[in-house]
Design a binder for this molecule. Structure first.
Ligand SMILES: Cc1cc2nc3c(=O)[nH]c(=O)nc-3n(C[C@H](O)[C@H](O)[C@H](O)COP(=O)(O)O)c2cc1C
Ligand SMILES: O=C(O)C(=O)c1ccccc1
Length: 367
């Protein structure tokens, strides 16, 4: 932090969260895979970008709403799926859901949530009757388990499914290994995993990851649900093309917040090529390293329809519960509207790739 300047709202909540969290839980939330290169690069890559504003466009105040599969959001900043919210705050996912609903944005609730999806959706709908919650899913090697989870998400009222595809195995996370943190402590459970086929009544099944999963499994899922299906964790343009051929409703460019393949690139660096391959056929979302309105606008200009934030939401939750998440989301939404205005944009789509330049590399030498 720069000496003499007060911390910004998100930075202040980050510091407060770090001071309050149990050290092993803090490391679980903060950490990444391997040498944490992808984790750091997600943030650094945004820092290397600058925005070229357009002037005198008569744009007026920007309309920040975005249309998404199964949702309309008041801001292009969504809540990315993260596990175990009750380790951050006793109110857990209910608090996150209420804050996301109040902000008019989409919560992608995790399969590894510590609150059952029906309770998460109910909490969001208490605040806003038309709140949108999407369900993040790891396709399970047992198809009957996947089917039961999908039925739960549908019955709860989720309006889309997000299949996380970047986890054929769990990433290697040195901090968790050092802390021996590999399971939820007693008293907490992955509530969505309770009473599934193959589990004894009342017990929870472990979330399985499998390198044997293929596009065939995704096709099978699509045949069994009417919900739109987005694929999360796409970084290769060829996978974006295949996904579209499979009929997905959207893509999320993500490296899992640097928690899976540490050699993965920063997500904002992967975005332009994905956007080019997709060519507007489905919405492209991005998560990883988004920490400011300028980051959001850079991603929108490079072809994203919206972005997700993971850790900043956990900082707000750990520091101040529902009010903290609300502060993080309000701050990012306000900053985004402000930067859009400064850039002369009418709305989130009124930006183009030429408005993003790489610091130190743009200018005379490029001509
Ligand atoms: C503590 C933590 C838990 C996460 N759990 C999940 C998960 O269960 N499913 C999933 O698809 N992604 C998970 N993610 C990845 C996020 O959805 C998202 O890709 C990432 O956090 C975005 O990066 P950011 O934290 O820099 O915003 C998790 C991330 C964190 C930090
Ligand atoms: O930690 C994660 O990134 C994650 O995706 C996860 C998945 C299953 C259980 C716990 C965490």
């Amino acid at each position: 932090m720069t000496a003499g300047l007060p911390p910004d709202a998100i930075g202040g909540l980050h510091e407060k969260a770090l001071a309050q969290l149990d050290p092993a839980h803090r490391d679980f939330f903060e950490g990444g895979a391997g040498r944490e290169t992808a984790l750091a690069e997600n943030v650094r890559a945004f820092g290397r970008l600058a925005l070229l504003p357009r002037v005198l466009r008569g744009a007026g105040p920007p309309d920040t709403t975005v249309e998404l599969p199964g949702a309309r959001a008041a801001t292009p900043v969504l809540v990315a799926p993260t596990a175990f919210h009750r380790l951050a705050h006793p109110d857990g996912e209910r608090a996150t859901a209420r804050a996301a609903a109040a902000a008019g944005t989409v919560l992608i609730t995790a399969m590894a949530a510590t609150t059952a999806v029906r309770d998460v959706v109910a909490a969001a709908r208490e605040v806003r009757a038309d709140a949108s919650v999407w369900f993040q899913l790891y396709l399970q090697p047992r198809a009957d388990v996947t089917d039961a989870l999908v039925r739960r998400a549908e019955e709860a009222g989720c309006t889309a499914l997000v299949v996380t595809a970047d986890s054929p195995v769990f990433g290697r996370r040195a901090r968790d290994d050092r802390n021996g943190f590999h399971d939820l402590p007693p008293g907490y459970a992955a509530e969505n995993m309770r009473d599934l086929p193959g589990a004894a009544p009342g017990t929870t099944l472990d979330i399985a990851m499998s390198p044997a999963l293929s596009w065939d499994d995704l096709r099978r899922l699509r045949e069994r649900t009417a919900l739109p299906v987005l694929v999360k964790g796409v970084l290769h343009p060829d996978d974006a093309r295949i996904a579209i051929g499979e009929g997905v409703a959207g893509l999320i460019v993500s490296n899992h917040g640097g928690r899976q393949l540490d050699a993965a690139p920063a997500t904002v660096e992967a975005l332009p090529r994905i956007a080019e391959a997709v060519a507007g056929r489905v919405p492209v979302l991005l998560d990883g390293g988004v920490r400011s309105g300028a980051d959001v606008v850079a991603a929108l200009a490079l072809g994203a329809t919206a972005v997700g934030v993971g850790r900043p939401v956990l900082w707000g939750l750990a520091a101040e519960g529902e009010a903290g998440v609300a502060r993080v989301l309000a701050e990012l939404a306000e900053q985004t509207a402000h930067v859009l205005t400064l850039c002369g944009a009418r709305d989130c789509a009124d930006l183009d790739r030429g408005q993003v330049v790489v610091r130190g590399r743009w200018g005379v030498a490029d001509r």
